[in-house]
Design a protein around this ligand. Structure first.
Ligand code: ZN
Length: 468
């Protein structure tokens, strides 16, 4: 595409610098070339010969002959050239051209129309949606959406239905959300458009707490405050797609049953997705403990009175981190290790374990809840770890550090201490929001949940194949 763009720019440049007479000849050359392209020609040499003949017929000068040759070169990249030429003829900037295509592509679209629309969409899809968005960006977004909707009327209709009833003052947000949704890819895109017209917003200006999806109310309660939109701490419009994710997760399992049957809780991994999550978390703890043991061995900071931490001791530390055992079950050496690892995980030491390990692999474990939970980025990691482990001191006391429930205390576990499996649905919602918004934090999250990501990818793909 770079060559084509260069050629196109060169053509425009040439055209601008020419005298009026040359411009006329240039246009003439283009016209001849256009006519020539309608005559079936096997190869460029043939087309050159024909052009040469045409040139002789109308007595063009050497300069214009060169221009003609230039035009022929462009013909070799025929379609792109035709589009470039088409845009020159139509005039205006990319937004104006998009509008022209919207206005003129009616009824059955020709092959040329389809290609031109696709190329124009490709040029319009590079807006980064964040708080620095400009009015120019917004124009581009609107041009993209209009053109996209022209060629994807079904998707346009579904989003129109979903936003029916939305207040007028969120129009700019709707433009951004549409832009994100239309530009999303793969299974997440398919899943979104399979269900979005069934998703419901029951309150567009919710002020009764943290925005949420409520399975009993069968809908989303949201507001479009700064915090939930461009300045969303997790990522622009993450909250919106997170709540839509919950709504879809619910719909995927028996539709609106009001009972909290969710795909991620009841169907995925045969209803055992929480086991996959727990395993990922445990593996990460195991790795941390093993790393610690290695550093300990390297630096010789073990006390002969207590010995090195053997594999049994390592498992004990993991069990305490997971909340299966109390820290009083650890011996001195193990407790010391546990404390260092715990500090690392909670961010107490901000990436440095205690002692003299000033720089270590622990520096990379930068998802400490202490700091980053507050910042809100990497929300998936912090949410799920908090919801998975049952180590009260590790998660800051109590089972229920809130995520998005008004009933904070019994969010992860019910009154009887049984897991609610909301870990599963929180994972789903965040996975979905990451995919829809193409959030780069997803790559970090994948390192912490390798199996969960794979299970979710495969599970959604299978579901879509079975429910198309
Ligand atoms: Zn949630």
């Amino acid at each position: 595409m770079a060559t084509i763009k260069a050629n196109y720019d060169a053509m425009q440049q040439t055209s601008n610098e020419l005298s009026n007479e040359s411009k006329r000849i240039f246009r003439l050359a283009l016209d001849i070339e256009r006519i020539m392209t309608k005559i079936p020609m096997k190869c460029t040499s043939q087309s050159l010969a024909k052009l040469k003949m045409a040139r002789q017929c109308i007595g063009l000068t050497t300069v214009s002959a060169k221009l003609m040759k230039f035009a022929v070169n462009l013909e070799e990249i025929k379609n792109s050239y035709k589009d470039a030429d088409h845009r020159v003829l139509v005039g205006g900037d990319i937004e104006a051209y998009a509008k022209y295509l919207v206005d003129n592509a009616n009824g059955e679209l020709s092959e040329d129309d389809v290609r031109r629309i696709k190329n124009t969409l490709d040029e319009l899809d590079d807006v980064t949606i964040n708080k620095d968005i400009t009015e120019e960006d917004r124009e581009k977004i609107r041009a993209f959406n209009d053109l996209y909707e022209k060629t994807h009327p079904e998707e346009a209709k579904k989003l129109k239905d979903f936003f029916d009833g939305a207040p007028d003052n969120i129009k700019d947000h709707i433009d951004c959300i549409k832009y994100i949704a239309y530009n999303s890819e793969g299974d997440a895109h398919d899943l979104f458009f399979k269900y979005i017209d069934q998703c419901k917003v029951v309150d567009w200006n919710y002020s009764g707490g943290i925005v949420n999806y409520n399975c009993q109310l069968k809908g989303i309660r949201i507001n479009f405050n700064d915090d939930n939109t461009l300045n969303d701490k997790v990522g622009p419009y993450n909250t919106f797609f997170h709540e839509v994710g919950h709504n879809i997760d619910d719909l995927m399992s028996n539709g609106y049953d009001g009972k909290g049957d969710y795909f991620s809780r009841n169907i995925l991994a045969n209803g055992k997705f929480h086991d996959v999550l727990y395993k990922d978390v445990e593996n990460n703890f195991k790795e941390a403990v093993l790393d610690y043991s290695k550093y300990e061995a390297t630096f010789g900071f073990y006390n002969d009175d207590f010995g090195r931490i053997d594999s049994k001791g390592q498992q004990k530390i993991v069990d305490v981190l997971m909340g299966r055992k109390d820290s009083s079950t650890l011996n001195y050496r193990e407790f010391y290790a546990y404390n260092n690892i715990y500090e690392d995980y909670t961010g107490y030491k901000k990436g440095y374990i205690s002692g003299d390990f000033t720089k270590s692999k622990y520096d990379e474990r930068i998802f400490q809840w202490g700091d980053e939970y507050g910042n809100g980025d990497r929300a998936q990691i912090t949410d799920i770890y908090v919801g998975t482990v049952e180590n009260n001191s590790l998660v800051g006391g109590g089972h229920g550090i809130y995520v998005d429930s008004t009933d904070q205390k019994y969010y992860w576990h019910d009154v009887n201490g049984n897991p609610t499996y909301k870990q599963n649905s929180e994972f789903f919602a965040e996975y979905f929001a990451y995919k829809m918004t193409k959030d780069p934090d997803m790559e970090t999250a994948k390192n912490y949940f390798p199996e969960a990501y794979k299970t979710m990818d495969d599970g959604i793909n299978k579901f879509l194949r079975e429910h198309n």
